[in-house]
Design a protein around this ligand. Structure first.
Ligand code: NDP
Length: 247
């Protein structure tokens, strides 16, 4: 296993849920973190907690729908730590809805955050990773990136896109030449704030009827850590992690 000690990790969506859990897990194992999201108070609290416990974290308020702000995030990592070893593109939204409700603004948001946010993240770190001749890009997709169901069309579409983009990126010669790994992590149901963006009452009613217990952010955090800890020549390209009871 490769040591995470002093690895510089930039992570979006760090202010709650999977991102927050992963930040704690990586900090406990010696990584140096640059944490991004829009809610500054949450980021401040999290970095304070990590640093108080002997970890090493800074934050940058970043809206991933802004290409400039992702460039600033990458620059913050370089200013602070001089390199970028890993990018975790984790920020995401899931306002599920039936398409005939025409919640077009919500479709736009999902495309902007879940797809364009990932692309801007890749664009912000790739030149540095090429120059370093090392790097690791971890993109968070979903079980919804492997399947689709009524009410999930747009969200699933964005998460399929994340997987496709990551796999296409992996196949580029420049990545192999520069020793850059890619990993897709596809979680099933995890107990986070993610469903809070759902406004479609019919979708919400359906979720209320589900009696499946979700897994916890720490369960995804340990999976992300596992991918990072492989020796440099070993790339974990994709992992699906579901609650055992999820269909
Ligand atoms: P949360 O809602 O807890 O976290 C989402 C994170 O994304 C927050 O930190 C939020 O921060 C950030 N975010 C949202 N919009 C933006 C934006 N425009 N710019 C920057 N950051 C943004 O949910 P999860 O932890 O569950 O979600 C993390 C990832 O995991 C997502 O990509 C999600 O699709 C994926 N996933 C989650 C599953 C689950 O069951 N929970 C299942 C499968 C995949 P802020 O609001 O402060 O900007």
């Amino acid at each position: 296993m490769a040591d995470l000690k002093d690895k510089v990790v930039v992570m979006t969506g760090a202010s709650s849920g999977i991102g927050e859990g992963t930040a704690k897990e990586l900090a406990d194992n010696g990584a140096k973190l640059v944490l991004a999201a829009r809610r500054e108070e949450r980021l401040q609290e999290l970095t304070d907690e990590i640093n108080k416990n002997g970890g090493n974290a800074v934050y940058n308020v970043t809206d991933v729908t802004s290409r400039e702000q992702l460039q600033e995030l990458a620059q913050k990592a370089l200013d602070q730590y001089g390199r970028i070893d890993v990018l975790v593109n984790n920020a995401g939204l899931m306002p599920l809805s039936f398409m005939d409700k025409l919640k077009v603004d919500e479709w736009d948001k999902m495309v902007d955050v879940n797809i364009k946010g990932v692309l801007y993240g890749v664009a912000a770190v790739l030149p540095t990773m090429r120059e370093q001749k090392a790097g690791h890009i971890i993109n968070i997709s979903s079980v919804a990136g492997h399947t689709v169901g009524p009410g999930m069309s747009v969200y699933s579409g964005t998460k399929h896109a994340v997987r496709t983009i990551t796999e296409g990126l992996r196949q580029e010669e420049a990545l192999a030449e520069s020793n850059i790994r890619t990993t897709i992590i596809s979680p099933g149901a995890v107990a986070t704030e993610l469903p809070e963006t759902i406004t479609d009452d019919d979708v919400l009613k359906g979720l209320e009827n589900s009696n499946m217990t979700p897994i916890q952010p720490k369960d995804i955090a340990s999976t992300i850590r596992y991918a990072m800890e492989q020796p440099e020549e070993v790339a974990i390209n994709e992992i699906l992690v579901r609650p055992t009871a999820q269909q």
